[in-house]
Design a protein around this ligand. Structure first.
Ligand code: 5GP
Ligand code: ZN
Length: 114
C-alpha cells in the first residue's frame, strides 16, 4: 500500500537490517530496540491490524509464530524465554498500520506492560 513504511521496506525502497525472509514474511531489526533482541516480523501482504485478518490469513498468522520460534532459536533467546507482541490501534500503541509482531528478548521483560 502506498505511503506504508513497512510496504516500502518489503519492496526494498527503504533499507532495513534483515533477519529473515521467505515468500510470506519479512523480519528485520526494530529501528528503536526496546530489548537486546527486538525483531519485527511483518507479513508481506498489507493487512492493517488483527482486526482486518480474514479466514484466508489464518495460515499466514500461524506461519508468523513458526518463524518467530525459528528466529528465537537462531538468536539464542529461546531457552531463557522471550515475548511476542502485537499492538492494535490507538490504545494498543500501534504506530504503524501494517500488521507486525514484535519479537523481544535478551533480558527479563516486565509484566504487566505499562
Ligand atoms: P508499533 O508501535 O506499531 O507496535 O510498532 C512499530 C515499530 O516499528 C516500532 O517499534 C518502531 O520503532 C518500528 N519502526 C518504525 N519505523 C521503522 C523503520 O523505518 N525501520 C524499522 N526497522 N523499524 C521501524
Ligand atoms: Zn503496508
Amino acid at each position: 500500500m502506498e505511503n506504508c513504511i513497512f510496504c516500502k521496506i518489503i519492496k526494498g525502497e527503504i533499507p532495513c537490517s534483515k533477519v529473515y525472509e521467505d515468500d510470506k514474511v519479512l523480519a528485520f531489526n526494530d529501528i528503536n530496540p526496546e530489548a537486546p533482541v527486538h525483531v519485527l516480523i511483518v507479513p508481506k501482504t498489507h493487512v492493517q491490524s488483527v482486526m482486518d485478518i480474514n479466514a484466508d490469513d489464518c495460515q499466514l498468522i500461524s506461519h508468523v509464530f513458526y518463524v518467530a520460534s525459528k528466529i528465537a532459536e537462531e538468536l539464542k533467546i529461546s531457552e531463557k524465554g522471550f515475548r511476542i507482541v502485537n499492538n492494535v490501534g490507538e490504545n494498543g500503541g500501534q504506530t504503524v498500520s501494517h500488521i507486525h509482531f514484535h519479537l523481544l528478548g535478551g533480558r527479563l521483560l516486565q509484566w504487566p506492560p505499562g
